[in-house]
Ligand binder design. Structure first.
Ligand SMILES: CC(C)(COP(=O)(O)OP(=O)(O)OC[C@H]1O[C@@H](n2cnc3c(N)ncnc32)[C@H](O)[C@@H]1OP(=O)(O)O)[C@@H](O)C(=O)NCCC(=O)NCCS
Length: 160
């Protein structure tokens, strides 16, 4: 097994979720999942190309039996890692995969000497807001119209 792969077992389902770096060959699938999750709000493909090539990025995928079921991406700057996106395919949600990906990103960020994770999340996105609160994130402020007219964001952070 490649040395930077991690096998993590979801305690509820006993499904083996493998977390490993996103590679060039994953980009189309990653983009399709981004589209499934965010539709017209999806990041353009070039953002994922940029993340793949940026040495300051943390870009991880979750697979079950070699099926890509989710991914997470963050970018490190000074002592902060900004969480760009976290997506789990619809059929694989509520199995702990989002939590596993977030924990894996936090672990990598800590290895890179980051002091905190910062993120923005739409205030109406209850699954994501609940996930971040459950994983120890604190809401630091609300940003009006962050995602467009009347679409506000919470900014949240977690000290590592
Ligand atoms: C947000 C998202 C990544 C969560 O992924 P997931 O794998 O389903 O999350 P987990 O199974 O690890 O859930 C962990 C906790 O998050 C919360 N949560 C997750 N889905 C939820 C839902 N539909 N409703 C309410 N709370 C939810 C719960 O507190 C849950 O813990 P519990 O199952 O013990 O109650 C997933 O719903 C998703 O991909 N959404 C679309 C993309 C998105 O909005 N990403 C976030 C961008 S900021």
């Amino acid at each position: 097994m490649a040395k930077n792969l991690e096998d993590l077992e979801d305690k509820n389902t006993k499904v083996i979720v493998r977390v490993s770096p996103v590679s060039e060959g994953d980009l189309e699938e990653v983009y399709q999942i981004e589209l499934e999750c965010f539709g017209r709000d999806a990041y353009p493909k070039l953002v994922f190309n940029y993340l793949l090539r940026n040495p300051r990025s943390i870009f991880l995928k979750a697979t079950i039996d070699n099926i890509l079921v989710g991914f997470i991406a963050g970018l490190c700057h000074r002592d902060e890692c900004l969480l760009y996106t976290l997506n789990v395919k619809k059929d694989f949600r509520r199995m702990g995969i989002g939590s596993i990906l977030l924990e894996a990103l936090e672990k990598k960020a800590l290895e890179l000497n980051m002091k905190k994770i910062v993120l923005q999340v739409e205030v109406t996105n209850s699954p994501a807001v609940n996930l971040y609160l459950k994983k120890g994130y604190s809401i630091t402020r609300m940003i009006k119209n962050y995602y467009g007219y009347r679409r506000d964001a919470y900014e949240a952070c977690k000290l590592l």
